[in-house]
Design a binder for this molecule. Sequence first.
Ligand code: PXP
Length: 255
Amino acid sequence: MAESRPVRLGVNIDHVATIRNARGGRHPDPLRAAHAAILAGADSITIHLREDRRHIRDDDLHRIVAEIEAPLNLELAATEEMLGIALKAKPHAACIVPEKRTERTTEGGLEVAGAKTLLKPMIAKLSDAGVRVSLFIEPNPVQIEAAAELKAPVIEIHTGAWCEAAMNGDHGGANKLFEHIRAAATQALGLGLEVHAGHGLDYQTAERISALPEIMELNIGHFIVGEALFEGLDIVIGELRIAMQRGRAAAKSRP
Ligand code: PXP
């Protein structure tokens, strides 16, 4: 059984950059969003430097590394270019994700089992540089085994399919997918991996997944930035934290 520590919240600010880039200027500034998110209670900041730089840019990464004190989690594709950037920037954590130019967001998990030769040296180099590596994967036992074999200290479970089913009111489908996540989290913890989760999470799904004691961290972006338009970043982050605490408390009170 995992210890029931509070779930950490990583706030992904990519879409602040998406809005900025729509006009090509400097506003709204992702660095300002990072400061505001930390002030509102984010435990860490997540950014994804995509190969096409569609939202976060190199300059954002450098300014955020230089100016924020909270841990930075850098999402990156498994390429030489990104490895070089991460080794120079030395963020607290690096989450290796699959990347396709045509996708709107990270659509699926990383194929770890089929890409061990590519991933192994990348994980080793990042770890040697003091960067905590996580692998963004589907809740799939084969991928989890492979992650443990490659000695990645952390996995982040892709919650996108579950969140989509839940959002569409497909309760049967959502429950089935949630059970896959639960099994994956148990398996990963049993193999000594730290377990994070992310993609598509909102108040309801963040609360529900926080009830899994294996989950140590959630990374949430799109919902926070979208909802902040109506409520403000600080209110949304505060509400999310409350929802996550409620979920965790429900887990603790179970017999
Ligand atoms: N975790 C990872 C690895 C991601 O790639 C993303 C999307 O950038 C997220 C979490 C956050 O997903 P969302 O923006 O849907 O909350």
